[in-house]
Design a protein around this ligand. Structure first.
Ligand code: ADP
Ligand code: MG
Length: 363
């Protein structure tokens, strides 16, 4: 096991693709760390440099403080699991798992012992004599993980390891991977484009966009204190609403607002922001914090943001309802436990309490 440092890491592919741009991350020994971002944000490039399949153009990678750029994946003793595992189809699970140990000429007893140990951890004891070609996708992926773990790597790297599995299996493997990582304490880095996976499995994670690190922190920190509108919208069970609000001509000491061209009532924080002579602001609110008020419902008597629009669409989620409200050219989602359906085109007002509202710099 090792602590990992990425120090001013850069990767160029040719003269025009700057895939990884000056990334600095420190991963603690034993930590389960996530690299999260949309497709093309540079996650796999970081991981390939970590394991030694790709050389950094600039910058350093250190394992326990020691630079490893010149070391092969074997010398680094890292293990990698990809989305599509590369098991040998004609070999049994046991033969696949023991392969890295047989290559190292480990003793027959130590191989048997180690295979039994990882098989128990991954709940695949009953599959050991089955050929890879006779197993389901989820079973194959467990075997691939077992094969990665069997040689006690310093670092386990997982690149979208469960992305191709069906929803139920993915949810189960999420939990199992987390338990497994806790039990072994192997420093692990998982790449995913799925915020739920990153959020549920890892101790800390990094959000990337276009090769640039946006924020590093625990799921809680990133959820509750996103550093910018991109992170706010990308991270979370439901994407955060980010709305562009304009200030209108001053009406005495009162500053009026507009959202999507429609009049809006501003809370004090936004008024203060506009008071500094700003013209537009990006405000954010999670769908669970936005209240959709039907025509006969009063505005709550607390400071908040209000604007009127109409229901664009409503989605029944079983134990909640996701209502998309159109206000001029902007749309806003509201997640409500109220199951009585809103009608398409029904006039509604939205209300966002001031204390759950985010304000992003909009320069
Ligand atoms: P992610 O894993 O987040 O989807 P990648 O690290 O695979 O992102 O890719 C980041 C960027 O680098 C993308 O623009 C991709 O097209 C580019 N890229 C990745 N690998 C190569 C390569 N071998 N040659 C050229 N461009 C590449
Ligand atoms: Mg990738």
């Amino acid at each position: 096991m090792a602590s990992i440092t990425l120090d001013h890491l850069n990767k160029w592919f040719g003269p025009s693709v700057h895939a990884v741009q000056d990334v600095n991350i420190h991963i603690e020994d034993g930590e389960f760390f996530g690299l999260l971002g949309p497709s093309g944000s540079g996650k796999t490039s970081v991981l390939r440099m970590l394991v030694g399949l790709e050389r950094p153009t600039e910058g350093q990678i250190l394992f326990d403080g020691v630079p490893v750029q010149d070391k092969t994946p074997q010398e680094r003793n890292v293990a990698m699991v990809f989305e599509q595992n590369a098991l040998y189809p004609h070999m049994t699970a046991r033969q696949n798992i023991s392969y890295p140990l047989r290559v190292r000429k480990a003793s027959r007893e130590s191989i048997a012992h180690k295979v039994a140990e990882v098989a128990a951890l991954l709940n695949i004891g009953a599959l050991l004599d089955r050929r890879a070609s006779q197993m389901s996708g989820g079973q194959q992926q467990r075997v691939a993980i077992a094969r990665a773990l069997v040689r006690d790597p310093n670092l386990l790297c997982l690149d979208e390891p469960i992305a191709h599995l069906d929803t139920l299996l993915r949810a189960r493997l999420r939990g199992e991977l987390k338990r497994l990582q806790r039990a072994l304490g192997t420093t692990s880095v998982i790449v995913t484009h799925d915020p739920i996976e990153a959020m549920t499995m890892t101790d800390r994670l990094a959000v990337m966009r276009d090769g640039v690190l946006q924020q590093v922190g625990s799921a809680d920190e990133i959820h509750n204190r996103p550093v910018n509108a991109f992170v706010a919208q990308f991270f979370g069970l439901h994407s955060m609403n980010v709305l562009t609000v304009e200030s209108c001509v001053d009406q005495g000491s009162h500053i009026a607002g507009r959202l999507g061209g429609e009049p809006a009532r501003l809370p004090q924080t936004v008024e203060r922001f506009f008071g500094g002579s700003r013209r537009t602001a990006s405000i954010g609110a999670r769908p669970s914090g936005v209240i959709a008020l039907r025509a006969n419902e009063p505005i709550p008597p607390v400071d908040g943001f209000t604007a009127a629009g109409h229901v664009y669409v409503t989605e029944q989620l079983g134990d909640a309802q996701l209502v998309t409200v159109q206000i001029g050219d902007q749309s806003i989602q509201c997640l409500t436990p109220d199951l009585y359906p809103f009608e398409i085109d029904e006039p509604v007002r939205i209300f966002i309490p001031d204390d759950i509202l985010f304000l992003f710099d909009n320069d």
